[in-house]
Design a binder for this molecule. Structure first.
Ligand code: KG4
Ligand code: ZN
Length: 359
């Protein structure tokens, strides 16, 4: 990359998969640019990642304490072509080997989404290949298909990212039913806001995760959000305010507060609710396979508590490796492959939809 502020990784470096195309293989080129990662990947048959290039803008946005949409779109424009070229090069394929172009068209930042959608449309048009718009949440869920070759629907999935918190019935490939959702902040958003409150910087999820290991998770009783009559919905705005009040209270009294205790107690409260709701939803709806997806699915405490709860209930738990939990194009290629197989095709009028619904 020409811009030294942008780190550029191939998240499929370890896979070492032979890219030779056999008869019947379906190769998709996938593009993801919904927030602050520009990513392109080549995925075979929805499961094998031949390349997964991610240009992260985190170093730029952390100066501002969060993603600045206008800067994000401009950086996507700079990165999109080199990232796509690198994805093809690392996969050792050319566009003529590609069967379909898949792209995230929502939800996300509209200016960011538009860059990926425009690039994908241009390639699909120029190469006369099918174009497939992919829902970002379906992408997160499908990251599990890459990491767990044996995983097939139906299963229940907890989607926890910076923008979403949903409990989803995955009835079939590309067929979803949301049975629980956040009423306010997403879980990742709460992590990021609390991290900012205690001075950890952006993005805060991984920092809270690390600092929590030094803290006492029983020290502060932060509230667990429940919505009367909606046992699978979430609310994280109360706990966020509660952390803020705690910190302000200490400051006003001139008392020192322990950031590690705050991080650990906050994390425990969020994880408890995520685990409790997911397990009871799986029991109620009769699922024995549970998956997790999205950036917060990297959280070590969530993984541990969910694993324990699944063990007790006799459920099998799946989650993607960390680099496939956060935004990346390989997950869009996995979801897009199944859309392709199901006959989904989009026209050149495909548009970016910032608040694309997920039902
Ligand atoms: O899935 P993702 O990359 O983007 C969205 O689609 O939103 O998720 C990013 C979110 C951020 O809020 C980040 O703080 C959170 O995932 N995150 C974590 C951890 N790693 C990333 N939250 C808790 N613990 C982590 N280890
Ligand atoms: Zn995401």
């Amino acid at each position: 990359m020409t811009d030294s502020n942008i780190s550029f990784i191939n998240a499929a470096e370890k896979t070492n998969i032979n890219s030779k195309k056999n008869t019947g293989d379906v190769y998709v080129l996938a593009v993801e640019s919904s927030c602050d990662e520009t990513s392109a990947a080549v995925v075979r048959n929805g499961r094998d990642v031949l390349s997964n290039i991610i240009a992260s803008q985190i170093d730029i946005h952390k100066i501002y304490g969060g993603v600045v949409p206008e800067i994000a779109s401009r950086k996507h424009i700079e990165c999109i072509n080199p990232v796509i070229e690198e994805a093809l090069r690392k996969a050792a394929v050319t566009l003529s080997d590609i069967d379909a172009i898949c792209v995230t068209y929502g939800p996300g930042l509209v200016g960011s989404l538009l860059v990926g959608v425009s690039a994908a449309k241009a390639i699909a048009f120029a190469e006369d290949k099918p174009l497939i718009g992919v829902h970002h949440i379906g992408g997160h869920i499908s990251a599990n298909y890459i990491c767990h070759k044996e995983l097939e629907p139906p299963f229940m999935c907890l989607v926890v990212s910076g923008g979403h918190t949903n409990i989803v019935e995955v009835e079939n490939y590309g067929k979803y039913k949301v049975i629980g959702r956040t009423r306010d902040d997403a879980a990742g958003e709460a992590f990021d806001k609390v991290a900012r409150t205690i001075g950890l910087g952006y993005p805060g999820g991984a920092k809270i995760d690390a600092l929590s290991k030094e803290g006492d998770e029983e020290k502060i009783a932060f509230p667990r959000g429940h919505i009367e009559g909606f046992p699978y919905d979430f609310s994280f705005s109360g706990i966020k305010s509660s952390v803020l009040n705690y910190v302000n209270g200490c400051n006003m009294k001139g008392e020192e507060y322990n950031r590690a205790d705050i991080a650990a107690s906050f994390q425990k409260a969020v994880v408890d609710v995520l685990v409790e709701h997911t397990i009871s939803a799986a029991k109620e709806y009769g699922y024995t396979k549970i998956a997790m997806a999205g950036g917060v699915a990297c959280n070590t405490s969530l993984r541990k508590e969910m694993q324990e709860a699944c063990g007790e209930a006799g459920f099998k738990l799946y989650y993607p490796e960390a680099v496939l939990c956060t935004d990346n194009a390989a997950m869009i290629g996995a979801a897009g492959y199944y859309e392709y197989i199901n006959g989904v095709r989009h026209g050149y009028d495909l548009n970016a939809v910032a608040n694309l619904k997920f039902e």
